[in-house]
Ligand binder design. Structure first.
Ligand code: 13P
Length: 265
């Protein structure tokens, strides 16, 4: 039995100028305008920093609250001499921004984000009244070595350090096997569900059953309109973190619609 509201989040990564972002959000608005909000999953858009303001204004102006925003990153210090970083007080200025993605494998790989840093970010995000989407996942090498579960357990245990059960329940985890990101090679949905169940068990051991059962855990990695229904049919997959297929209004709308069966249950 679950009462977790499904979530479909689009991570636009380093794509889209302001103009392109506005075209995408407008197109998406058109595609989903006839959908019943109560039957929809929670839809989250994560544009680049430079597009957040314009997309936020558009969402506020439309007033339909069918989509909310996530930032792709943040810094944990409140302000100061941290050139190039963005503070949570600045992200909170956007009325429709509710989530911050942290620990994406691309940030870990290219920008040296460590589990400890991700933990500091998660604590700061929650302290500011926002919710983290904490990414985790294994490389192909780790999978082949049979260390997938232990690697992810470590990522999650460190990321949730000193976070209360109540705050854990509000947080979201995205399981993104690195070998499935941007490769077209989707992880088999029963295997994705197995790993997600293992993550939920880890959360239960750390923070208790209530937090584990309330927390949404998404799958990410080459999610497409053709894969979403099977993924959502799995017991523990609460939604998707979508990269490439979130960059086109029609394919992202198909993914949202594909998740509606579960959302309506
Ligand atoms: P793709 O959907 O392009 O594989 O990207 C997944 C991802 O990294 C989302 O954060």
């Amino acid at each position: 039995m679950t009462s977790r509201k499904p979530m479909i989040a689009g991570n636009w990564k380093m794509h889209n100028t302001i103009k392109e972002s506005m075209e995408l959000v407008k197109g998406l608005g058109e595609e989903i305008k006839d959908l019943d909000k109560n039957a929809m999953p929670e839809v989250v858009l994560a544009p680049v920093f430079t597009s957040l303001s314009s997309v936020n204004d558009k969402l506020v102006e439309c007033g339909c609250k069918k989509m909310v925003l996530a930032s792709q990153n943040c810094y944990y210090e409140p302000k100061g001499a941290f050139t190039g970083e963005v503070a949570l007080s600045m992200l909170k200025e956007f009325e429709s921004l509710e989530y911050v993605i942290i620990g994406h494998s691309e940030r870990r790989q290219y920008f040296g984000e460590s589990d400890e840093m991700i933990n500091k970010k998660a604590i700061a995000i929650l302290a500011n009244g926002l919710k983290p989407i904490i990414c985790c996942g294994e490389t192909l090498e780790q999978r082949e070595q049979g260390v997938t579960d232990s690697h992810i357990q470590k990522q999650i245990t460190t990321a949730l350090n000193e976070i209360s059960a109540e705050d854990t329940a509000k947080s979201v985890i995205a399981y993104e096997p690195i070998w499935a990101i941007g490769t077209g090679k989707t992880c088999d949905s029963t295997e994705a569900n197995r790993v997600i169940k293992m993550i939920r068990e880890t959360v239960k051991n750390l923070k208790g059953e209530n937090a584990a059962n309330s927390m949404r855990i998404l799958y990410g990695g080459s999610v497409k309109p053709e894969t979403i229904e099977e993924q959502m049919a799995q017991s523990d997959i609460d939604g998707a973190l979508v990269g490439g297929a979130s960059l086109k209004a029609d394919s992202f709308a198909k993914i949202i619609k594909g998740a509606m069966v579960k959302a309506a249950v």
